[in-house]
Ligand binder design. Structure first.
Ligand code: GCU
Length: 674
């Protein structure tokens, strides 16, 4: 029996203290598969720190293949389900004598079912039923780490990381404590994540060697993650044939380049035979790519796809491709158009093992963006929806921001605008789609910096498994699984999470206009910080109005959407108010059709409201904080203080900025500094 305790804080969803059922059941793996044995081991390992309990019975863990050896009642119940679980899915069932069985469609399913039972317990999972069946919506549920092998002079060991150093790498090597990687694997498996890319999409010189000299690191980490059914991917440098291979070119149509990738990939797979494949950021923010040779992105992606295909590997080709050296004087350019303009004409030209990895919005993980039209448009190409758990623009690890609220809206978009399938359904129905998120995990004692940010990782896993899972359920599950306490504690935590997105949105950039953040770091306000920069993220505020005209009178971006959506976004009346300034440039005295107040008044109102919402969340926390363990309690206290300060700073800078520009006072007479 493994004795090593799980190395986490007292407030993660695997917290044994919240799980009295762990000692009530004795796990018994059946079938001999390593993952099944692992599931039983995980249960025992956490049970060692769980409250003692009176034994109820056995927890039988197996797969459909071996299910016939189960006692008749359990076997009967497991087989009586209307539809058997799909690959990686499971059935959990309770027998008359109180025994439980987890029956996976395969060994991975047995692992996921056991861990789900471990997190929630039989009562919450079965909810009075005898049997539950669950299968993942998508077969690839991935996390992208933006970790560097050696600290980057500006970005540190994790690009956009707010929770300490990399869990994988330290000073060009593996971290000394690889047990923490093992625990991380368990944490991810408990929410059904089955793939991890180890390194930053910006592949610097040292990191490029992960497919060369430092392949040993990939092997070491893959060996650990595999125990948890997690497949390892690496980010590669498109120019690696030159930087690693010494060739004079990385032209995707050059034969020597093709050979280099083939031979390199063969070598990689001889060391890590089950590598998932490569993640690629090309022609983006200064990275090399096929454009350097007058080739297109299908040429680039298919080059790598050909090298990976014999090994069953995938290319995750990112579509975050835009001109980051834009002239702010040139108002004909619109960065939001870029991904669709580059990739849509290539639909159908990508190899079968290429997935186009597309950020959920056309810009960059802002608080509010419409769904990327590229995700809706591509029909002949496999796609991966890319989300960001790291809170780059959403409060870092200081401000509480429950991301599933925003992700739910993305997944719920009615794709054709005709009341038909939503994006979640559409992704499931298409061939071989996937979901990916930028990780946000580091070596901090609680993995995510802000303890509340754990709920984002948890929520990502839950949504990746079930694209229609509700945010209330996710928030509640996380709170109950993580903290021992009374119902009022769990209710308060759930309430805080569910209100946090709206609060943050209210005190930051108004009505979908985006950015207005401090350049570089992206925390805190700087209204004109990017206004005259080359990055293409402008709000165009002047004395009369603000916002970006993306209708046909402006950049015409709206026309990249299916007709019904294009019509909705084009129209001032029908465009969702929260997106108005994303799509329209409006006068300050324009009365907004949905709220019925002027634009300037709406800006004032939301910003004052945002600060009050933060204060209300903070008060809610204060009523229950005593129930939370000391370390977490004081750390969270500190984060609230920072968030309130940040919210006030945002409110005052935004309100003053618009007062100075418009000369129109707040009708409610609140303090707006002149
Ligand atoms: C953002 C982020 C970068 C990151 C990039 C990407 O621009 O600020 O740090 O590299 O997204 O997704 O590639």
């Amino acid at each position: 029996m493994p004795a090593r305790p799980f190395t986490t804080s007292s407030s993660m969803w695997l917290e044994p203290a919240t799980k009295p059922w762990l000692n009530a059941y004795t796990p018994r793996p059946i079938g001999g598969d390593e993952l099944i044995e692992r599931a039983a081991d995980d249960w025992r390992r956490l049970a060692a720190s769980a409250p003692p309990a009176r034994g109820i019975g056995e927890l039988l863990i197996t797969t459909l293949e071996y299910a016939s050896v189960l006692p008749p009642t359990l076997y009967g119940a497991a087989c009586a389900v209307a539809a058997p679980p799909a690959p990686e899915g499971y059935v959990v069932t309770r027998g008359n004598a109180g025994d439980l069985a987890v029956v996976g469609a395969d060994a991975a399913g047995a692992l996921y079912g056991t861990l789900r039972l471990l997190v929630l317990g039989p009562e919450a999972l079965l909810g009075g039923k005898k049997t539950v069946v669950s299968s993942p919506d998508l077969s690839l549920r991935m996390l992208d780490h933006w970790d560097n092998l050696v600290p980057h002079p500006v970005m540190g060991t994790i690009e956009r990381g707010y929770a300490g150093d990399s869990v994988f790498f330290e000073n060009g090597d593996l971290v000394p404590d690889t047990d923490r990687i093992d625990d991380y694997g368990l944490l991810l498996a408990s929410i059904g994540i089955n793939a991890v890319c180890l390194n930053n999409v910006n592949v610097h010189a040292t990191e490029a060697t992960l497919v060369g000299e430092r392949l040993d690191l990939v092997r070491a980490i893959a060996d650990i993650l595999r125990r948890h059914n997690i497949t390892t991917f690496v980010s590669v440098d498109f120019a690696a044939p030159m930087t690693l291979g010494g060739l004079a070119t990385c032209d995707p149509l050059d034969e020597s380049v093709e050979r280099w990738w083939r031979e390199t990939t063969d070598r990689v797979y001889s060391v890590v035979p089950d590598l998932g494949g490569y993640v690629v950021k090309a022609d983006s923010e200064g990275r090399p790519g096929p454009f350097d040779y007058g080739r297109d992105h299908a040429d680039g992606a298919n080059l790598l796809a050909a090298a990976l295909a014999p090994h069953g590997g995938l290319v995750m080709w990112r579509c975050f491709v835009y001109n980051h050296r834009q002239d702010w004087r040139d108002r004909t350019l619109d960065r939001a158009r870029a991904a669709y303009d580059h990739f849509m004409p290539l639909d159908g030209r990508f190899a079968d093992n290429v997935l186009l990895q597309i950020k959920h919005g056309p810009l960059d993980f802002q608080v509010r963006e419409p769904v990327s039209p590229l995700l809706l448009g591509l029909r002949e190409t496999r796609v991966a929806l890319e989300l960001q758990i790291a809170q780059e623009y959403t409060g870092h690890a200081w401000d509480t921001y429950f991301l599933p609220t925003a992700w739910r809206e993305v997944l719920e978009l009615d794709v054709a605008g005709d009341g038909g399938a939503d994006l979640g359904r559409d992704l499931v129905d298409r061939r071989g789609s996937a979901i990916v998120a930028v990780a946000g995990v580091g070596r901090d004692w609680n993995w995510t910096g802000n303890t509340f940010s754990q709920a984002n990782l948890y929520g990502y896993g839950r949504l990746a498994w079930d694209l229609h899972e509700g945010t209330q359920t996710i928030a509640q599950e996380w709170a109950i699984a993580s903290f021992t306490g009374d119902a009022d504690l769990h209710e308060a935590l759930t309430r805080i999470l569910l209100r946090s997105r709206e609060a943050y949105e209210n005190y930051t950039a108004p009505l979908g206009v985006g950015f207005m953040v401090t350049p570089g770091g992206h925390y805190g306000p700087n209204i004109d910080g990017y206004e005259y920069s080359p990055w293409g993220t402008y709000h165009f505020a002047d004395r009369d109005g603000v916002g970006v005209d993306r209708t046909p009178t402006g950049s015409g971006y709206t026309e990249q959407y299916p007709p019904a959506l294009a019509a909705r976004y084009r129209s001032l009346e029908d465009c969702p108010e929260r997106l108005l300034l994303f799509f329209h440039h409006l006068r300050y005295d324009q009365v907004l059709p949905q709220s019925g107040v002027t634009l300037i008044q709406r800006i004032y109102d939301t910003h004052f409201e945002g600060v009050e919402q933060v204060r209300a969340m903070r008060r809610d926390w204060e009523t229950v904080r005593e129930q939370v363990p000391e370390g977490t309690r004081t750390d969270v206290d500190r984060r609230w203080q920072a968030q309130e300060h940040n919210a006030i700073e945002w409110r005052d800078q935004v309100c003053t900025y618009f007062l100075r520009h418009s000369g129109i006072a707040d009708a409610a007479g609140r303090t707006v500094y002149p």
